[in-house]
Design a protein around this ligand. Structure first.
Ligand code: NAD
Length: 489
């Protein structure tokens, strides 16, 4: 059966919103491709460095008023935006699918999550307070204030632009910063819609400015002297370039990068639940989630039954048209991504891995799009390329272990440190192992539920630094001023 095509009449049009004015960018044209069918959804006019200049100027102009606005008013605007996102979720949901092939089924949850972030951080906007210090060598009055940076530049990837951008925008705005946000050219629509809604909610013009484009537009933001801080969500390779460039302006850079998150399944785990949750590492975001658990470490006593269960359950997951209501997994982002993933799988097999399920590009109705089924590789050597590198596709690698100590060592033997998942029914073991994971977020008997706005999310090691979510997420967009006042006559 033919796949449903995106409804082109409902695509947002403005690729830049500068000082509240929607417009087309001044840069080149990009033919945006729908990954499920390979068809072009629209020719979007991208931004260029001149648009970045204008966006930064608009943000700088808006900053004094935004910073001076009292917290209760900022809170109210953020609550209004949250309500608007919920009320207009029907407009947002299909865009999330059109832009990168994520399943329609996930759309309402993504909209609700975006709204919740503005509500959660809106709740902080009216609680920004400093503290007084009983300083030494008085008499003196010493206090600390938390100040915004000014203009924050936000660069996000294509795999979940709305999720990533709202993770940054909500705390940055609550803290009193203005924003220049770059929508990725290969998944621009949800952010174009979001900025439209921000305008409708009544945010002053220039508080949030949108540009759209690729690496050149991001690079122009990083080198711009008018941007006080960059928050970057993307790959480690790009992060290195950004850090090198940011050195010129001594700009602070927050980094949320990739992962190769371990999933430890102990012999005492609820096997069925652990297998179901294990599969989400391949399924979630069509296998393209930064914190997906993709490196499965399974106790040898249950190794073969666990693999059999993964194989059987994979057969029930409908992979196909992301716009169909019953589809659970869609395509990867592009032909080149699919080729890269397949060659990593082939490399894994030539390094000795056994294919349990999947591995081959899907043909028939799926042929025009970029579909790989859930792919599980067993007996993967922890030293092999596929065990050590992010695949960013629906591929799980599985390795057996014999003891708790070995599981911990294998889990931590990675350049990455974003997530870690532990499956066990032993409470003492759960705490013991969780506290030895070199990862920013550890979930016990979970597979993604922890990702709510109220908890800090971020990486260790090559997965980045800084935290988004929770009070730590607010602090990420505040700088500290200490004031000392002499109380002596
Ligand atoms: P990417 O690094 O190629 O691109 C990310 C963004 O950076 C894009 O908007 C891109 O246009 C921009 N960019 C590219 N070159 C730039 C430069 N020189 N200067 C400034 N900006 C530049 O990553 P991607 O392929 O879009 O996304 C996938 C990666 O993102 C994966 O590694 C994934 O794990 C990671 N990711 C991390 C998180 C997290 O929260 N930790 C969330 C989602 C994705």
């Amino acid at each position: 059966m033919a796949f449903i095509s995106p409804d082109r009449s409902n695509l947002p049009k403005a690729t830049t919103v500068i000082g509240g004015a929607p417009a087309k960018g001044s840069g080149d044209t990009h033919a945006h491709v729908y990954p499920a069918t390979g068809e072009v959804t629209s020719e979007i006019r991208m931004s260029d460095a001149s648009d970045v200049d204008k966006a930064v100027a608009a943000a700088q102009a808006a900053f004094p008023e935004w910073r001076a606005m009292t917290g209760d008013k900022r809170r109210d605007l953020m609550f209004k935006l949250a309500a608007l996102i919920e009320a207009r979720a029907d407009e947002m949901t299909p865009l999330l699918t059109y832009e990168n092939g994520s399943i329609l089924l996930a759309g309402p949850h993504m909209s609700a999550d975006a709204a919740q972030k503005f509500r959660y951080f809106g709740g902080w906007a009216d609680k920004i307070e400093g503290r007084a210090i009983e300083t030494w060598g008085g008499p003196a009055h010493d206090y600390v204030r938390y100040e915004p940076y000014g203009v924050v530049g936000v660069i996000v990837p294509w795999n979940g632009p709305l999720f990533a951008a709202t993770m940054v925008l909500a705390p940055a705005l609550a803290a009193g910063n203005c924003v220049v946000l770059k929508a990725p050219e290969n998944a621009p629509y949800s952010l174009m819609k979001l900025v439209e809604l921000i305008g409708e909610a009544g945010f002053p013009p220039g508080v949030v400015n949108l540009v759209t484009g690729g690496g050149d537009v991001g690079a122009a933001m990083v080198s711009h002297p008018g941007i006080g801080k960059i928050e970057f969500i993307g790959s480690g390779g790009t992060a290195k370039k950004i850090l090198a460039s940011a050195a010129d302006t001594l700009k602070p850079v927050g980094l949320e990068l990739g992962g190769k998150s371990a999933v430890i399944v102990f012999g005492d785990a609820d096997l069925q639940a652990a297998a179901k949750r294990g599969l989400t590492g391949a399924v979630s975001a069509n296998g393209q989630g930064c914190v997906n658990g993709t490196r499965l470490l399974v106790e040898r006593s249950i190794y073969e039954p666990y693999l059999q269960m993964l194989q059987a359950m994979a057969g029930y997951i409908k992979v196909g048209d992301p716009l169909a209501q019953d589809t659970v997994m869609g395509p990867v982002i592009s032909e080149s991504a699919l080729n890269r993933i397949q060659s990593m799988v082939e490399g894994g097999v030539s390094d000795g891995a056994r294919v349990v399920v999947g591995g081959e590009r899907m043909g028939g109705d799926h042929e025009a799009g970029y579909f790989l089924p859930i792919t599980v590789l067993a007996d993967v050597s922890p030293d092999s390329h596929i065990a050590r590198n992010e695949v960013f596709g629906p591929v799980l690698v599985v390795t057996p272990f014999d003891s708790e100590e070995e599981a911990i060592a294998l889990a931590n033997d990675s350049d990455y440190g974003l997530g870690a998942y532990i499956h066990t029914t032993n409470l003492a073991r759960a705490h013991r192992v969780a506290n030895r994971m070199m990862a920013g977020q550890v979930q016990v008997n979970g597979s993604g539920e922890a990702m709510t706005p109220c908890v800090p999310f971020g990486g260790m090691k090559h997965s980045g630094h800084g935290r988004l979510g929770g009070i730590e997420g607010l602090r990420e967009f505040q700088q500290v001023r200490n004031v000392w006042i002499n109380l002596q006559d």
